[in-house]
Design a protein around this ligand. Structure first.
Ligand SMILES: NC(=O)c1ccc[n+]([C@@H]2O[C@H](COP(=O)([O-])OP(=O)(O)OC[C@H]3O[C@@H](n4cnc5c(N)ncnc54)[C@H](OP(=O)(O)O)[C@@H]3O)[C@@H](O)[C@H]2O)c1
Length: 223
């Protein structure tokens, strides 16, 4: 399988590339990871040409502005990446008949009335933030790709770069004697990046016929 990963240098993109390289059954799959250093996903021609050149069987689209506060402060650039960029990726996948796996978020829900086990795939999204709205718009765009899978996940941790992983950054600050500022009135299911990467790699082959929408997160909840 030829696998194309957007956002390849981000937290999830990095974990995915590690997982693909580590598994004996995927280690020899051609993988192309692209990031902002390669091209801006808001550039339609760049996305189209890159996907046309590589001819992927599956595209895992992780690239996004995933910084919720930044999306709220600067909605224009955030929507350009999260909605416009997703549109370009989806369009290229449709042209090339590639399977598209899109990473979405628990932020598509308003958080007011989760069931006892959290939200499930049948719950109706109702985002209250620019970020959540942009991820939901991405989902709707991706649904137009015949072979698509939308994976909603939540609160990723277990990365290696404190500039990206807020849990790692807070832990380091705490150990250094600092007092990290943390949010204590928000709850979700923290999800360990290697666990998510492992689940995703298992879902890449379209032959498994897992299509549509899936929630993938670790069990439990935390503030
Ligand atoms: N982090 C979470 O807790 C969480 C929870 C639920 C869902 N998600 C979703 O999971 C996905 C991955 O999140 P993550 O935490 O791995 O994010 P991340 O670490 O911020 O990585 C995002 C990646 O997107 C790339 N990117 C940003 N703007 C771009 C642009 N204009 N053109 C091309 N590439 C661009 C970044 O490139 P550079 O490295 O070059 O900046 C980076 O590689 C996202 O779709 C996010 O919405 C994340």
């Amino acid at each position: 399988m030829r696998v194309y990963v957007t956002g390849a240098d981000g937290m999830l993109g990095t974990a995915l590339r590690h997982e693909l390289a580590a598994r004996p059954e995927t280690a020899d799959w051609p993988v192309l990871g692209v990031s902002l250093a390669d091209f801006d996903i808001g550039d339609e021609a760049a996305v189209r040409d890159s996907i046309a050149d590589f001819r992927p069987d599956v595209v895992v689209h992780t690239a996004a502005n995933a910084v919720v506060d930044s999306c709220e402060r600067n909605p224009g650039p955030a929507l350009r990446v999260n909605v416009g960029g997703t549109h370009h990726v989806a369009d290229a996948c449709r042209r090339h008949g590639s399977r598209l796996v899109y990473i979405s978020s628990d932020y598509v829900f308003d958080g007011r009335a989760p069931g006892p086990a959290g939200y499930n795939e049948d719950d109706i999204p109702d985002p209250v933030s620019v970020y959540g709205l942009s991820k939901l718009a991405g989902e709707r765009i991706v649904e137009a790709v015949p072979d698509h899978l939308v994976v909603r996940t939540s609160w990723l941790y277990g990365g290696t770069d404190p500039a990206l992983d807020q849990v790692l950054a807070a832990a380091r600050e705490f150990l250094d004697g600092g007092r990290p500022r943390l949010i204590d009135d928000q709850f979700s299911s923290p999800t360990y990046l290697p666990d998510l990467a492992s689940a995703l790699v298992g879902l890449l082959p379209g032959a498994l016929a897992v299509r549509g929408l899936l929630h993938i997160a670790n069990r439990g909840r935390a503030s």
